[in-house]
Design a protein around this ligand. Structure first.
Ligand code: PMP
Ligand code: GLU
Length: 398
């Protein structure tokens, strides 16, 4: 038998997707699992969006579209970038793809050559290093500190840059840490970016999900580095549209052309019906709905934070955005419970799932080995159930 791709032996499967699937399967088997795995808002997609999709089907809008995206959506995205982010793109500088995940991958394909380095602050979202390796570039992981709320400092960034550095992947609000960079922090990072000449792939998928009066700031809006930034966003999180698979990027025209070329050979256009739905999301006056969702996430965040503060030995960085809490479980490692030896955060997650029916994601996939990520995008009822079980599970480990 001929061997399969060598490259793939160094690529990890997405842990978030894997654990999400495992929890889903257990549920389908009738096991009452509380899943805090994937960051998937539990709200239904707003009705105007669903109506637009139904209308698209009824109008037989079910064929290939232009590879780049339908003109009205390209225009709506350009307007969204202007309105929300102070980013000035012509519709021709936008590319619609099959989820922000796809936009990130297309961005890396557009700019990377074999051996180029891509700086990735850790903890990172699981897919960044693996996508980087998939395009034959080299992830350069920069460990950030919980004392600095897991934010990369300009000094750390400067130190990570070499002649081979092509880009950095920057994510605010952050998955998995919930950190939100301030405008001043971003301005300081932009100074380093400018001097180095590298690109920034700015993942802003959680832009709308910020708390405590904080405001999201787009690094690409800084004049000095506008041309170096690829801004990635999508409709999955803000409009509860994870399954519709629409993401987009805005960038310099030649970068968009290169990304579009990749897409033209790999997937062609994103789903036609979902593009119409995404248009309705962006143009549907849904600020009220989005605000209500964020308020509900905030309620869940505060509940989780107050419950976790009661667990002796559990440390976490106060989340300011997105819908994850990232907790350090080192004080619970090397303990035993229910006959299980807990030697790592992975073992702890396995213990939580198999003995207490709470599904979480170990930090190893995010580049932080003693940590565990829990999503609070699930329903409040599930969250309450999960918290009760987590208390019981950790009490046994004391
Ligand atoms: N970036 C981050 C940080 C994410 O958490 C996710 C997960 N949804 C994505 C990108 C991809 O989102 P999409 O569903 O649009 O592919
Ligand atoms: N982004 C979500 C998460 O981190 C969904 C899973 C994924 O796309 O990998 O949980």
């Amino acid at each position: 038998m001929r061997p399969l791709s060598k490259k793939l032996s160094s690529i990890e499967r997405s842990q978030t997707m894997m654990l999400f699937a495992r929890a889903k399967k257990m549920k389908a088997e009738g096991i009452d699992v509380a899943s805090l795995t994937a960051g998937e808002p539990d709200f239904p997609t707003p009705q105007v969006i669903k109506d637009a999709a139904i209308k698209a089907i009824e109008e037989n809008f079910t064929k290939y579209t232009a590879n780049q995206g339908i003109p009205e959506l390209l225009k709506a995205v350009a307007e969204k970038f202007q309105r929300d982010n102070n980013l000035h793109f012509e519709p021709s500088q936008v590319l619609i793809s099959c989820g922000a995940k796809h936009s990130l991958y297309n961005s890396l394909q557009a700019i990377c050559n074999r051996g180029d380095e891509v700086v990735i602050p850790a903890p990172y979202w699981v897919s960044y290093p693996e996508m980087t390796k998939l395009v034959d570039a080299v992830p350069v992981i920069v460990k950030t500190s919980p004392a600095n709320q897991f934010k990369i400092t300009p000094t750390q960034l400067k130190k990570a840059i070499s002649k081979k550095t092509k880009a950095m992947i920057f994510c605010t609000p952050s998955n998995p840490t919930g950190a939100v960079y301030s405008k001043d922090e971003i301005l300081a990072i932009a100074e380093v970016v400018k001097t180095s000449g590298m690109y920034v792939i700015s993942d802003e998928i959680y832009e709308k999900v910020v708390y405590d009066g904080l405001e999201h700031f787009s690094i690409g809006s800084i004049d000095a580095i506008r041309d170096q930034v690829i801004t990635v966003n999508g409709v999955s999180k803000a409009y509860s549209m994870t399954g519709w698979r629409i993401g987009f990027l805005g960038a310099r025209k030649d970068i968009v052309d290169a990304a579009e070329k990749v897409q033209s050979q790999v997937t062609s256009n994103a789903n036609a019906i979902a593009q119409r739905a995404a248009y309705a999301a962006l143009n549907g006056n849904l600020n009220g709905e989005v605000k209500a969702m964020v308020q509900e996430f905030d309620r869940r965040r505060q509940f989780l934070v107050s419950e976790f503060q009661k667990i002796k030995g559990l440390e976490f960085v106060y989340p300011r955005g997105a819908f994850y809490i990232f907790a350090n479980v080192k004080n619970f490692i090397r303990k035993t419970a229910n006959g299980l030896n807990i030697a790592s955060a992975e073992d702890l997650c396995e213990y939580l799932l198999s003995k207490h029916l709470v599904a979480t994601v170990p930090g190893s996939g995010f580049g932080a080995k003693d940590w565990v990520r829990m999503s609070y995008a699930c329903s409040m009822a599930d969250l309450q159930k999960a918290v009760g079980r987590i208390h019981a599970a950790f009490e046994k480990l004391q």
